[in-house]
Design a protein around this ligand. Structure first.
Ligand code: ADE
Length: 436
């Protein structure tokens, strides 16, 4: 049996349906977020991965299913779009549009506070998203700077709208109750857990966000959690001197600890400071929504589960390894030297590694070779014995760069002449043919 050695440089790629999973970009109690690529379109996506067992343990499966259905109906230019949902036996995969511009939090953390016009533009987009979702009965409940992402054009994309109620419950009084959440952004009535109005509580968090954008720091901060809660409940904060009087006024109206007297979202939309330079949202992207994927992801029918696969990548060959295979440092004749006596050859190819291997396999089959294949390595042995017994050849595809591969063919047993005359030209044609 052909034994495959795996070098340290060999990578394994994980696929979920048509998506290839990449690095982890976020980690929460219930979910992990991974960067991924749609292999059909090349588009980047973010995939939120939930552990079914964990979710079930907390009796949240039905709630999450409902939230995902609602999310699929939310289509707003300032809300991260939910593309589709997939399920496996153990996991739920929520596929989201990837926000290329990163987190607004990082911009403040590295560059400090924003100019008033810039802060206002983000705040306007935030209020547009919040107002739209609230009008459809969807509340965020965990609005904070870290949930505000940006696209390539610098437009705001609120993430997790309607998906962050994992730690929350609706009690008998019909109001939301919570024990978790980021305390710095949480409204006093949420902390007091007497039940609250989701829209007014979200608006409080928007007020905290506006303060941070203009100040570069949080309005309520304390190392002691009880003192922090007291500051929030009493709305004990001070606007810095550089806030304009109008900005100051709207923040004070939003950060009113009494939800009954707090400004509402529709009143914010009419505020003079808010309205300056306001551009209404442009709904240009239209996605088709269906719930078939949600039913499949949450159902028990195993045939409907998404296919997960581990795919090994070709061994990476770095420049030193490439040069060490040569007799000197002259790469010009690297693939051509000592042609006459060669028992091995290497050539480059820009084709996909799987295609290279498949093409060589097809050619070897036609020549009457037995094949043993493992990922990007293959052993081929002629069924018919030649002058020096059965010709046996090992081949392997190495990756030098994302779209540059070195294909190696080595004679292991049998007649070198047969290898050079009969096999090599066919293998080379086959492997090169796929790029033409
Ligand atoms: N982190 C979490 N969700 C994301 C998304 N949709 N785009 C980019 N980064 C993210």
């Amino acid at each position: 049996m052909y034994k495959a050695k795996r070098s340290a440089a060999q990578k394994v790629r994980r696929r979920v349906g048509k998506y290839e999973l990449g690095r982890t970009i976020g980690q929460g109690t219930f979910a992990k977020v991974r960067f991924a690529k749609n292999m059909e379109t090349g588009d980047p996506v973010a995939i939120k991965i939930l552990d079914k067992e964990k979710v079930q343990k907390h009796r949240l499966i039905e709630q999450i299913r409902r939230e995902i259905c609602t999310m699929k109906l939310i289509q707003h230019p300032n809300v991260v779009h939910l593309h589709e949902v997939m399920g496996s036996k153990t996991k739920i995969f929520i596929v989201l549009k990837y926000a290329m511009g990163g987190e607004l939090h990082d911009i403040i953390a590295t560059g400090g506070r924003l100019k008033e016009d810039e802060a206002r533009r983000y705040f306007q987009q935030l209020i547009n998203a919040v107002d739209y979702c609230h009008s459809r009965g969807v509340y965020h409940r965990d609005l904070k700077l870290e949930n505000l992402l940006l696209d390539t054009a610098g437009n705001l994309k609120v993430s997790d709208f309607g998906l962050s109620a994992i730690s929350e419950q609706v009690k008998a009084d019909g109001l939301l109750h919570t024990t978790c959440g980021t305390p710095n952004y949480v409204a006093p009535e949420v902390i007091e857990d007497k039940g609250y109005d989701g829209a007014l509580a979200d608006l409080w968090s928007c007020g905290v966000i506006l303060f941070v954008l203009l100040a570069g720091y949080l309005p309520f901060e304390d190392e002691n959690i009880v003192s922090l809660y007291n500051k929030i409940s009493g709305a004990q904060f001070a606007c810095p001197s550089w806030f304009s009087a109008e900005a100051n006024r709207i923040i004070v109206r939003i950060l009113d600890p009494n939800p009954a007297t707090r400004i509402t979202t529709s009143q914010v939309l009419q505020d003079q400071w808010f309205k300056k330079g306001y551009k209404p949202p442009v709904f240009d992207e239209r996605y088709h929504s269906s719930f078939h994927d949600v039913d499949a992801a949450f159902g028990d029918s195993e045939e409907k589960y998404v296919k997960e696969a581990m795919e090994e990548q070709p061994t990476l060959m770095n420049a030193f390894e490439l040069i060490s295979l040569n007799k000197g440092l002259n790469l010009d004749n690297f693939f051509e030297s000592d042609k006459k006596f060669k028992r091995e050859t290497r050539f480059t190819s820009q084709c996909a590694p799987k295609e290279i291997i498949n093409r060589i396999e097809e050619a070897a089959n036609l020549l009457g070779f037995n094949i043993e294949k493992k990922n990007y390595r293959m052993r081929m042995e002629n069924i018919k014995a030649g002058r020096k017994g059965h010709l046996s050849i090992a081949t392997e595809v190495f990756q030098v760069a994302p779209s540059l591969h070195v294909v190696e063919l080595k004679k292991k047993k049998g007649d070198t002449l047969e290898f050079q005359k009969a096999v090599l030209p066919n293998a080379l044609d086959a492997a090169k043919g796929c790029c033409l």
